[in-house]
Design a protein around this ligand. Structure first.
Ligand code: JFZ
Length: 426
């Protein structure tokens, strides 16, 4: 049987797990007893611990975290099981975030979990083995642009502080050394030594360092192995060419959920709370119905949703994430066919929910309103349905079909309708 193209596997998957895990998981947003400033992105603590006045944490101090990093509760099988049980089809993990620290046994740089920590285990290798065992795709978040460890890696630029004291713009010539000495060889390792074919590169503003030739070199490297990658490699902000010509899927900015269809494959990465890496004081956990509505909304517009977990420094998954992963997974266990391998239902949008469509033309109406008395009207329906039922219970749903309008009436037994899925077959 012809092997399905990676981008089709990705797009049909609709739902993935994002994982932010690394040295920053140890301080978890708190440095010397003080909460970091600017925002609660705990993975940014190196540059935000003393925000906005005190400058970045020194390399020497930050690197002391490596001697502490010992996630003894890390269990790749459990992480992958939670993702699979949640209905996720792929995992994208921070193989190397902006701090430059690699979660695999990189031969390119000793700044990695095997060489620098008491843990000494190759987290990416163990995760890849577990993903292969459970039939989950492992993808790599790789911070190609910012690298705070390499002397010539790019550093953050704070729009709020134009004369930012920590900012030292690296020269193009020096940046090329980082790019050729660390970025390209490490991505090659992930491709060739770990078999990773899904890449999530991270930039979010135009940078003179992300030149067309560098982007094309990195894109060609991934494509040469049949891999796929996202638009946050830098094409969007650098306007070198139209995204669809260069990259494989579009990445929205963090926690941005479009309200209209986007034709090429795309995704939104989002957080359970406010931080990507584990933050000790971030308790703003979204509820599962909210998370499901984000997944459904993206699927209704032809997009994916990558929901992030920020494991504790010991490798355990925070309990609030576990509960929500299992609640979302329970809904998908009975309603998954309305999400997986579906796309936008080219119909006028409805104000009471979201619509998806399977490849055979079946429409799935996801009710967001919680009102059993509500008549649910769909317009632009060109033929009389053969069967209309509630997906989870197979209850028949009464309908009228007039002038290409379908008017659905929920069963009289219905006591709540939020996140009910109505399957409309033709
Ligand atoms: C970036 C990273 O800096 C962050 O640590 C995390 O990995 C996230 C998934 O990606 O965060 C961003 C990127 C872009 C914006 C905000 C945060 N933006 O332009 O609004």
């Amino acid at each position: 049987m012809k092997k399905k193209k990676m981008i089709d596997v990705f797009s049909e998957a609709r739902f993935g797990m994002f994982i932010h895990f690394g040295l920053y998981s140890i301080p978890a947003g708190i440095w010397k007893g003080k909460e970091q400033g600017r925002n609660r992105y705990a993975e940014w603590i190196k540059y935000q611990a003393n925000w906005p006045d005190g400058g970045a944490i020194s390399d020497a101090e930050y690197n002391e975290l490596a001697a502490e990093f010992n996630p003894v509760k890390f269990d790749a099988d459990q992480w992958v099981w939670e993702a699979k049980n949640a209905g996720m089809k792929y995992i994208i993990i921070t193989t190397k975030h902006h701090d430059g620290f690699a979660l695999w046994d990189s031969k390119v740089s000793d700044y990695n979990v095997v060489k620098m920590t008491p843990f000494k285990r190759d987290i990416i290798r163990e995760l890849k083995n577990a993903c292969d065992k459970y039939g989950i795709i492992l993808g790599a978040y790789y911070s190609h642009w910012l690298d705070w460890e390499h002397e010539f890696g790019a550093e953050p630029h704070w729009p709020e502080i134009p004369e930012d004291p920590t900012l030292e713009i690296v020269s193009n010539e020096k940046y090329e050394i980082y790019f050729q000495e660390k970025c390209i060889p490490q991505v090659t390792e992930l491709l060739d030594d770990y078999g990773i074919r899904l890449f999530w590169f991270d930039s979010w503003q135009a940078s003179p360092l992300l030149t067309e030739s560098r982007l094309e070199e990195l894109i060609n490297l991934v494509h040469s192995r049949g891999g796929i990658l996202n638009s946050r490699i830098g094409t969007t902000w650098n306007h070198h060419k139209k995204d669809e010509e260069l990259v494989d899927f579009l990445s929205m900015l963090d926690n941005v959920f479009p309200d209209s269809k986007i034709a090429p494959p795309w995704e939104t990465s989002g957080t359970f709370n406010d931080s990507w890496g584990y933050h000790a004081l971030d308790f703003s956990w979204k509820d599962s119905n909210d998370l499901l509505k984000k997944l459904i909304s993206n699927a209704s517009n032809n997009g994916n949703y990558q929901l992030n977990i920020g494991p504790h420094a010991d490798g355990s998954i925070p309990a609030p994430s576990i509960r929500r992963l299992r609640e979302v997974g329970a809904w998908l266990a009975v309603n998954g066919e309305s999400i997986y391998n579906t796309t936008c239902a080219d119909l006028p949008i409805v104000e009471w929910g979201k619509l998806t469509m399977s490849k055979d033309g079946t429409i799935f109406a996801h009710v967001f309103e919680n009102n059993p008395k509500l008549s649910l009207v769909l317009r632009g329906i060109n033929k009389m349905p053969k069967k209309v039922e509630i997906l989870e219970t197979s209850q028949q749903v009464a309908f009228d079909y007039v002038n290409k309008c379908l008017i659905l009436t929920m069963p009289k037994e219905s006591i709540q309708t939020e996140l009910n899925v109505i399957k409309i077959e033709f």
